[in-house]
Design a protein around this ligand. Structure first.
Ligand SMILES: C[S@@+](CC[C@H](N)C(=O)[O-])C[C@H]1O[C@@H](n2cnc3c(N)ncnc32)[C@H](O)[C@@H]1O
Length: 417
């Protein structure tokens, strides 16, 4: 396979291989919950259904491998795993398409049907005595919305799987475009009512992002055990400048509890795998997001739209070229997390794309608070996916106008440096 094709495939299927030292760290976190040498009891089975070249299992001792199932989509990867882990059961398998009808048959698994899963794995899945450790770093790819343009056509297909169709039946919305969420969707079905733990490397947005609220409400409400985050820049082939947190989070799938009611406290590691702190991931309901605080006034008056502070843009398909009656200024405040911090600005005309609103006298103070809150924190890879909440706004609205003015002044000085 040429390097170019290899690179395309990597992007297409979200093949970012876990640095093995972080995989080894994850094994320590698992031991904290399952006990040291958890495999020796013979009760556990491990299944990595996006195994790639087996980086997550690289540091497992040989004695543990006979209890391991490794499956992945590409034959050459599985051939490699067979050589590296001869004691494990390795097989080629598309987790988002193979056996999907069987797993979702009438709402429960139908063992009479024809399966592509190996028989020993199916028997273990049927055995109520077996405890499961799902250890996985599912693919990161996301398809674009239909009509996103020819350059992204390749990605439009990638998430068009049988699992996605199942997710549509549950009206899970946009998250069904994300392959890693599709994996979680099948896992929640496959391991329903089983004694199972999930060790998951992934982005952390399923815990706190706006689009994932339905997924959290309907599907993913399991007990958080422990975990850590590290920078995405540790994965080869990823951007060092737009780094975001990648989590290893360990979940108990047997016990159900809403994420909103749990304390999700995780450790933070630097690139040398040294612990540099702890952090809470807030899984609050999106109703508490700062972006939901201001009621947008209806914009009805046509006005030239801006794409930046000084340029107009008239040729948007979906042009936002209207202002509200009483217009003072436009507040651009796209998204609700720190990664959208730079999309926060005050413009003298409507912003040409989504995420701007007309500031009118009735919402002037609230708009200034939102602007200040979004501009104050320094964005880093650690907070890149944190959400802005309305609690901070309560603090700021209780400040006197002089204190508020002082804060805005400080922000301006900081930004000018
Ligand atoms: C993020 S990589 C992780 C690989 C490896 N487990 C690791 O941690 O380094 C995700 C892997 O899932 C594989 N994959 C993508 N789609 C898949 C599917 N539908 N079924 C099974 N594996 C898939 C990719 O080829 C890739 O090897």
């Amino acid at each position: 396979m040429s390097e170019k094709i290899d690179e395309n495939r990597k992007r297409f299927l979200g093949e970012f291989f876990t640095p093995v030292n972080f995989a080894r760290k994850a094994l320590e976190y698992i031991e904290k919950v399952l006990g040291k040498n958890w495999w020796t009891s013979g009760q556990y089975r491990l299944w990595d259904m996006a195994a790639g070249t087996g980086n997550l299992e690289y540091y497992l001792p040989i004695e543990a491998l006979k209890y391991c199932y490794l499956s992945t989509i590409y034959k050459e990867d599985i051939d490699y795993c067979v050589k590296l882990f001869p004691e494990a059961t390795c097989f080629q398998y598309d987790y988002l398409n193979d056996d999907v009808e069987n797993v979702f048959a009438n709402g429960k698994i139908d063992y009479e049907k024809t399966w592509k899963l190996p028989e020993n794995l199916r028997k273990d899945l049927e055995n109520p005595e077996i405890k499961w450790l799902i250890l996985i770093n599912p693919p990161y790819a996301t398809s674009q919305k239909a009509g996103a343009g020819s350059k992204t056509e390749i990605k439009q297909d990638v998430s068009d799987t049988k699992i996605r169709k199942m997710m549509h039946k549950e009206y899970l919305g946009e998250v069904s475009r994300e392959l890693y969420v599709q994996f979680l969707f099948r896992i929640h079905k496959e391991f329903e009512n089983k004694n199972a733990f999930l060790g998951l490397f992934s982005k952390i947005n399923f815990i706190n992002a706006n689009n994932n609220q339905k997924f959290r409400d309907k599907i993913f409400h399991f007990i958080f055990e422990n975990g850590f985050i590290f920078s995405s820049a540790n994965f080869s082939g990823t951007s060092k400048t737009n780094a975001f947190p990648v989590g290893f989070l360990f979940w108990n799938l047997k016990i159900h509890q809403k994420l909103e009611s749990q304390k999700i406290e995780i450790d933070i590691f630097n690139e040398k795998i040294e612990k540099i702190g702890c952090k809470n991931i807030e899984a609050a309901d999106r109703k508490q997001f700062l972006s939901k605080w201001i009621k947008r006034p209806a914009a009805t008056i046509i006005f030239p739209p801006l794409s930046s502070a000084i340029s107009f843009k008239f040729n948007n398909k979906d042009t936002r070229n209207r202002i509200a009656d009483g217009f003072l200024i436009s507040l651009m405040c796209a998204g609700n997390d720190f990664q959208s911090q730079n999309q926060t600005a005050l413009l003298s005309a409507p912003g040409a794309s989504a995420g701007a609103l007309s500031v009118i006298p009735e919402i002037f103070e609230k708009s200034m608070v939102v602007h200040a809150v979004r501009r104050i924190p320094k964005a880093t890879w650690m907070n890149d996916r944190d959400q802005f909440f309305q609690q901070i706004k309560k603090f700021l609205t209780n400040l006197s106008p002089i204190a508020l003015f002082g804060i805005c002044f400080l922000i301006l000085i900081t930004l000018r440096r």
